[in-house]
Design a protein around this ligand. Structure first.
Ligand code: GTR
Length: 402
């Protein structure tokens, strides 16, 4: 039979062409031998060529410049101004964890220029022991209510956290900036800071989540049973990127914990391994500011790399965690970033940081002064295993007796 032209053949052909093109573009490197040599910005040379030698040089010249570079080119700066903040607190005695914790439902209402946004913060405070309790705050991109109703899920193992003498707090990013390409502005960006949306260097989703964590910290400062001076901000993956930006901006956090945050978080952007800047900007254009798009396939032009974000958190404590099967997040790039960034802890602040020279792709935990790290077996996730390591580290940092 003679081959007849049918319009659907053309359609199938076009779909085939489109998907094969897409697949050809979507090549991500997982081969260590194909990673080019890394040339990274030097923490100790400013953009004007000044040599950074002292704590004063770091704090007055280099750190402010790096924070500006991250603001302008990556995350957007976090607006600090609002007119009013109000905390409406009710305690809840009938909940799943009532044997071990007092639950506080906090509604944080922030107003600016006649408009307001309310964030729900849940705080679980140990029933035993004596306050003020040190706090772990989780920036949650998973539905907080669901997590609190599911005892099996250990993404936020509040029973274990509370039983170790910590308060466990959580808010859902949905209340601040929904984790959605279309709806992301339907939170503080539309209500409180609409001018940010007009600015290519403005705040977008991740910086908004960091802003939300800062408002939780405002609450901790107002609750006498919580110890805001011993507080840790934790995030997993996209939440871990936000935790890092929050911790770098807000010096009230004494510990900053980033779990498997990968590209645009803990991992070095210049290392060609796993997720790329272009891919993250394409899939999640609302996480970073518009200027970051200029670095798609152009990471070497960035005035920073992610090790310098870790450095900006110094001398406060920092923790990176990776998972061996989470190659998309580039565990080696996360380790190297911590290793290189933590030089500032020792060189500038005189803290003896003892991380191994090289990355090893097997399960291990290293808790050194002010800097913690672990890599575990398994996939991309936040698990009880991770939390137990975080708590061991934070116990040591806060000297909490168990
Ligand atoms: C992925 C994204 C990663 C990471 C992850 C997550 O799809 O590519 O950068 O953030 O989502 O948040 O679980």
């Amino acid at each position: 039979m003679r081959n007849q032209y049918k319009p659907e053949y053309l359609l199938i052909f076009l779909i085939g062409l489109f998907t094969s093109n897409l697949m050809a573009q979507e090549q991500f490197n997982y081969d260590e031998s194909k990673v080019p040599d890394l040339v990274l910005p030097d923490p100790y040379v400013s953009s004007k060529g000044e040599i950074i030698e002292s704590m004063a040089d770091w704090e007055n010249i280099r750190r402010p410049e790096l924070m500006r570079f991250f603001s302008e080119n990556v995350y957007g700066s976090i607006p600090m101004d609002f007119d009013e903040i109000h905390f409406d607190v009710s305690t809840d005695s009938d909940h799943l964890y009532k044997e071990v914790a007092l639950k506080k439902n906090v509604r944080i209402k922030v107003s600016r220029k006649g408009k307001a946004q309310t964030i729900k913060l849940f705080v679980f405070q140990p029933l035993k022991g004596k306050g003020p309790y040190p706090v772990f705050l989780l920036i949650s991109h998973r539905n907080a209510q669901d997590l609190l109703e599911d005892k099996e899920d250990q993404f936020f193992p509040l029973e274990q956290i509370v039983s170790r003498g910590y308060a466990a707090a959580i808010f859902d990013v949905e209340d601040v900036s929904p984790d959605d390409k279309v709806r992301f502005s339907h939170g503080i960006l539309d209500t409180l800071y609409p001018e940010q949306l007009e600015m290519p260097e403005g705040m977008r989703g991740l910086a908004a989540w960091a802003w939300g964590a800062m408002r939780a910290m405002d609450y901790f400062e107002n609750d006498i049973s919580l110890d805001q001076n011993r507080s840790a901000v934790v995030g997993h993956s996209r939440g871990g990127k936000a935790a890092l930006w929050c911790g770098a901006n807000d010096e009230r956090w004494s510990v900053v914990i980033s779990n498997e945050s990968g590209c645009g978080g803990a991992a070095l952007s210049r290392r060609r391994f796993g997720e790329t800047v272009k891919r993250i900007n394409t899939n999640f254009p609302y996480w970073f500011n518009d200027n970051f798009k200029a670095f798609n396939d152009n990471e070497d032009a960035l005035p920073i790399d992610q090790h310098l974000l870790a450095a900006c958190i110094a001398p406060r404590s920092i923790y990176f965690a990776s998972a061996i099967e989470d190659q998309w997040a580039d565990p080696k790039g996360e380790f190297l970033s911590l290793k290189l960034g933590s030089r500032v802890y020792s060189d500038i602040y005189g803290i003896k940081v003892d991380l191994p020279e090289s990355f090893e792709n097997h399960q291990r935990t290293i808790h050194t002064n002010s800097v913690g790290y672990h890599i575990r077996e398994g996939e991309h996730n936040l698990t009880l295993y991770d939390w137990e390591r975080f708590m061991d580290f934070v116990d040591k940092e806060f000297l909490v007796a168990r």
